[in-house]
Design a binder for this molecule. Structure first.
Ligand code: SF4
Length: 294
């Protein structure tokens, strides 16, 4: 069994990231985000289980790799999901990638990533922190197992201060929930003032089970969501809202980013709007590799 696998965007032609590898240290994720799509293909998705003998198998995969590459950790679970504070798998994983000369892209919602800052400053890596809202109450409803937005802002600051490049994922934007211009302006301003050098954004793509969880959680707050998505279209089982909505809201985020700091890049993720993306940027933020602040 290979743990280190080529990244497979499921043939989505709107995925514009260059080829890379992925590693998921856990099966499932304890952050339990209501909008999460992993429950459509992972059994018992919000009960994270560490991968068996991961360090041994990863060392074998790295030994056998033809040359060092780029790895994303991870896209089907948060690598800093709750048991990671006890299990401490990530330090051993990061040491292996460092020793074999790989570049690492970390995607997380957890400030636990700062525990490993001594390793991160010693390797070529980018950390993407997801921040969907600054409203702690809303975050506790839609991302019940994840750290508070204020803790994620602290993590951005600490990483940036220590020279680790940080991207912020405003993802997903859920129509009528977190698509308000003023709230987006505040979130982007905070993220950039904490040290984020890139913003990536994307609109919620619905799966039947995630849509049900959102509506069960938020009820009338989401009036109109069903009718908006019923006007959209399906892509490999994901329901997209209409292009007109997606284009308008993502243009709005880009213009906010430009006004806050024109030197901060902006990219969309699997949206098909290349004209919105800043040239030379990627949604996985790998253009920031090799860039440290100091
Ligand atoms: S942190 Fe990511 S993988 Fe984990 S539940 Fe939330 S959206 Fe899913």
């Amino acid at each position: 069994m290979r743990l280190l696998r080529p990244f497979d965007p499921w043939r989505n032609p709107w995925c514009t990231c260059p080829p890379k590898y992925t590693l998921n240290p856990y099966t499932g994720c304890g952050h339990g985000c209501k909008y999460c799509y992993i429950s459509s293909y992972i059994r018992d998705a919000f009960n994270p289980r560490p991968k068996d003998k991961i360090i041994r198998y990863l060392a074998r995969d790295l030994r056998e790799a033809v040359r060092p590459n780029i790895v994303a950790i991870s896209y089907s679970s948060d690598p800093y999901t709750p048991p990671e504070d006890r299990l401490r798998m990530m330090p051993a994983i990061l040491k292996l990638f460092r020793d074999y000369g790989w570049k690492v892209l970390i995607a997380t919602k957890s400030n636990l990533v700062t525990r490993d800052i001594d390793l991160l400053v010693d390797m070529d890596c980018v950390v993407s922190i997801t921040l969907t809202t600054l409203d702690g109450w809303l975050a506790s409803l839609i991302e019940p197992g994840a750290p508070k937005p204020s803790d994620r802002l602290d993590a951005i600051y600490r990483l940036a201060q220590d020279g680790v490049p940080v991207s912020v994922r405003l993802d997903p934007i859920i129509p009528s929930l977190n698509d308000d211009l003023e709230e987006i302006r505040e979130l982007v301003s905070e993220a950039i003032s904490m040290g984020a050098r890139h913003i990536v954004s994307s609109v919620y793509k619905a799966k039947p089970d995630s849509m049900r969880r959102l509506i069960d959680t938020l009820g009338r707050e989401l009036d109109g969501l069903l009718s908006l998505y019923s006007q959209g279209f399906n892509w490999y089982g994901y329901r997209y809202p209409p292009s007109s909505y997606r284009y308008r809201v993502l243009k709005m985020v880009k213009s906010v980013v430009e006004k806050v700091d024109a030197n901060v890049g902006f990219t969309t993720c699997r949206e098909g709007f290349k004209d919105i993306d800043d040239p030379g940027t990627y949604c996985d933020a790998q253009h920031l590799l090799g860039l440290s602040y100091f």
